[in-house]
Design a protein around this ligand. Structure first.
Ligand code: SAM
Length: 276
């Protein structure tokens, strides 16, 4: 008597459920998600060390284990749907630590690293605005705010590596997009990105406080609480009536926004919009 083969149960719904739960998790607390990815990757490597024969494990260079941990952490970060810039950070974090401890780099290396970090986080001690990047969800929400049917003049003050500018220039090519960035390395990367994407937006290396905000229909800021009172004063005196000031996450003390859009599903990541 032939027995009919039962089809194997599909794992797809379970994988979908894990992916969407982890996506929500990653959106809510990216830092915790990063720690979880690093921790879980370390546990995986310890597990692999424990199950492979002792001689083989002892013969492996610490950097090989570190690279394995980096690959696992990057894969977990990807699985947790973290922003793309987290993936190389996950891949290089532990190998970087092991490299620094194992190869005892010369002091010049530390000096060079210091210089690179200075040019990325240029002027943070004064501006109190570090570099972190807008999410794709934020860029899409900004896109939805742009008035339709005319060529919008848009400015990203402190444009970083151009995440929002590149998105808008692709999604709404009829607009005029301008970014201003004070830190040399992000400015250079932003300009390189513009060149590689057909100069769809313009970038200046400058302090946004030197610009006239009255030339723009929409001004986008992702700065810090410390920068908001000064920005509000400048925007109130320079921006045209009807123009939009959009702040990612940070409020202006005492100025109620006309609109607050939740962009992270957690109430903490939001776009605040003021009509001037
Ligand atoms: C949080 S990041 C936001 C980057 C980008 N707008 C985005 O949303 O992905 C803030 C950026 O503003 C830059 N910045 C801080 N103060 C500035 C100033 N006074 N003028 C121009 N850029 C400034 C910093 O160097 C940093 O790259």
């Amino acid at each position: 008597m032939s027995r009919k083969m039962q089809p194997l149960p599909s794992l797809e719904p379970v994988l979908d459920m894990i992916a969407s739960a982890s996506g929500i998790y990653a959106e809510r607390v990216p830092l915790l998600a990063a720690v979880a990815a690093q921790g879980a990757a370390t546990v995986i490597v310890i597990f692999v060390m424990a199950i492979i024969p002792g001689d083989l494990a002892r013969g492996m260079h610490p950097m090989s284990w570190a690279l394995l941990q980096g690959v696992a952490a990057a894969a977990l970060g990807y699985g947790l749907r973290m922003e793309p810039w987290w993936i190389p950070m996950h891949a290089l974090f532990v190998p970087g630590l092991v490299g620094a401890l194992t190869f005892d780099p010369p002091p010049e290396f530390a000096l060079a690293l210091f210089c690179v970090l200075c040019s990325v986080y240029w002027g943070v001690s004064r501006s109190r605005v570090p570099l972190f990047l807008s999410s794709t969800a934020a860029a899409r929400a900004v896109e939805d705010l742009l008035p339709r049917g005319r060529n919008v003049a848009f400015l990203d003050i402190g444009c970083g590596v151009g995440s929002v500018l590149a998105h808008l220039a692709r999604a709404r090519p009829s607009g005029l997009y301008h970014g201003v960035e004070i830190a040399p390395v992000p400015f250079f990367l932003c300009r390189l990105r513009a060149a590689l994407t057909g100069r769809a937006y313009r970038v200046s290396w400058d302090d946004f406080r030197n610009l006239d905000l009255g030339r723009y229909d929409v001004v986008y800021a992702y700065l810090s609480p410390a920068a908001m009172p000064g920005l509000w004063k400048k925007a109130s005196s320079e921006m045209r009536p009807g123009a939009l000031l959009v702040s990612n996450s940070f409020a202006v003390p005492g100025a109620q926004p006309a609109l607050a859009l939740d962009i992270g599903g957690d109430g903490a990541s939001r776009l605040l919009v003021w009509r001037m």
